[in-house]
Write a protein that binds this ligand. Structure first.
Ligand SMILES: NC(=O)c1ccc[n+]([C@@H]2O[C@H](COP(=O)([O-])OP(=O)(O)OC[C@H]3O[C@@H](n4cnc5c(N)ncnc54)[C@H](O)[C@@H]3O)[C@@H](O)[C@H]2O)c1
Ligand SMILES: O=C(O)C[C@H](O)C(=O)O
Length: 309
């Protein structure tokens, strides 16, 4: 199985590291526009193989899409990250041009690939990719925006912190947009080994968990001076693994909605079953009135951003 990662920066290289270490793919190609950069990252990563004990082949190329041909999965991380004080939405001008170009070039040589969009503002970049893919006759099910996997991991981190228990014993999902104000951490449905967390945490404590989850990316950007990469890289690995190993995991992801959750002609985060052919099924949750209202508000904000395209 072949995975192409476009963008050899912090997130792209960390995703490549995760995919190679776990041997999720037999081959990883990293592509970047900066001369020699992807080649350097690929060589450095490949030199960990004998220590880590993996056999995934890793190569890097400078803007040569022919080397990415016949990929099973394409991951798009090319584009600029935000700086402290910025929103993801402010990246749209630069990143829409970059993402539009790379998606066309990558899909032309890998028309059967599942494409995972990471570049921000992710919901709008996924919508842009959906439009390009549709023009090329590629199914909407092959276009997946990665945000919910990361936001849900941050949600479990904050729940673990509040409860003082292992994150691995906690479950919870974040749906809606991948923005500081558009995310919807589903505190009502989160569980500690199947028991609702509301049995153990007060409404105030749950609100604090939710608030901290929503600004998870901004908090890290403030600390790091640029946006995060370890958890984003791991979350990309989780999505790519569910595709290539046909795991059919339910992972909240940004997909094209055509009436589901009361929304049309928009890409937004909802729980989906992810397998070999991309997203196979949208899982419909019974949302409370409050959650429904938050989802509508989130959709309105993302739609306004899509209009800027
Ligand atoms: N969806 C998410 O959950 C999530 C998580 C983290 C970061 N991100 C986003 O991912 C993107 C990348 O973040 P990063 O920290 O890796 O940034 P980075 O600056 O470290 O890397 C970006 C790379 O893209 C490359 N690039 C730019 N234009 C290109 C083109 N036309 N073709 C090929 N490569 C090109 C750059 O040379 C650079 O190496 C940002 O937009 C960031 O906001 C999204
Ligand atoms: O916060 C960002 O700008 C990057 C990414 O979307 C994240 O959530 O880490």
């Amino acid at each position: 199985m072949k995975v192409t990662i476009i963008g050899a920066g912090a997130v792209g290289a960390t995703a490549a590291d995760n995919i190679a270490r776990k041997e999720i793919a037999s081959e990883v190609v990293i592509l970047d526009i900066k001369e020699g950069f992807a080649e350097g990252k690929a060589m450095d990563l490949a030199q960990t193989a004998s220590i880590e004990g993996f056999d995934t082949k890793i190569t890097g190329v400078t803007n040569d899409y022919s080397k990415t041909a016949k990929s099973d999965v394409i991951v798009v991380t090319s584009g600029i990250p935000r700086k402290p004080g910025m929103t993801r939405e402010e990246l749209i001008g630069t990143n829409a041009k970059i993402v539009g170009g790379v998606v066309k070039s990558a899909l032309e040589v890998s028309p059967k690939a599942v494409i995972v969009i990471v570049s921000n503002p992710m919901d709008t970049m996924t919508y842009l990719t959906y439009k390009i893919a549709a023009e090329m006759g590629i199914s909407k099910r092959k276009v997946i925006g990665m945000g919910g996997a990361l936001d849900s991991a941050r949600f479990r981190y904050r729940l673990g912190e509040a409860l003082g228990v292992a994150q691995s014993d906690l479950h919870g999902m974040v749906i809606g947009g991948h923005g500081d104000t558009t995310m919807i951490p589903l505190t009502r449905l989160a569980t500690w080994n199947s028991i609702p967390v509301s049995r153990f945490l007060s409404a105030e404590a749950l609100k604090e968990v939710s608030d901290k989850t929503m600004v998870g990316g901004a908090t890290l950007t403030g600390l790091l001076g640029t946006s995060a990469w370890y958890a984003p890289g791991a979350a990309i690995g989780q999505v790519v693994e569910s595709i290539l190993r046909d795991e059919k995991k339910i992972i909240p992801s940004c997909v094209y909605l055509n009436g589901e959750y009361g929304q049309k002609d928009i890409c937004l985060g909802v729980p989906v079953v992810i397998g070999r052919n991309g997203w196979e099924k949208i899982v419909t949750l019974r949302l409370s009135n409050e959650e429904k209202a938050a989802f509508e508000k989130s959709a309105d904000a993302v739609r306004a951003m899509n209009a800027a395209l």
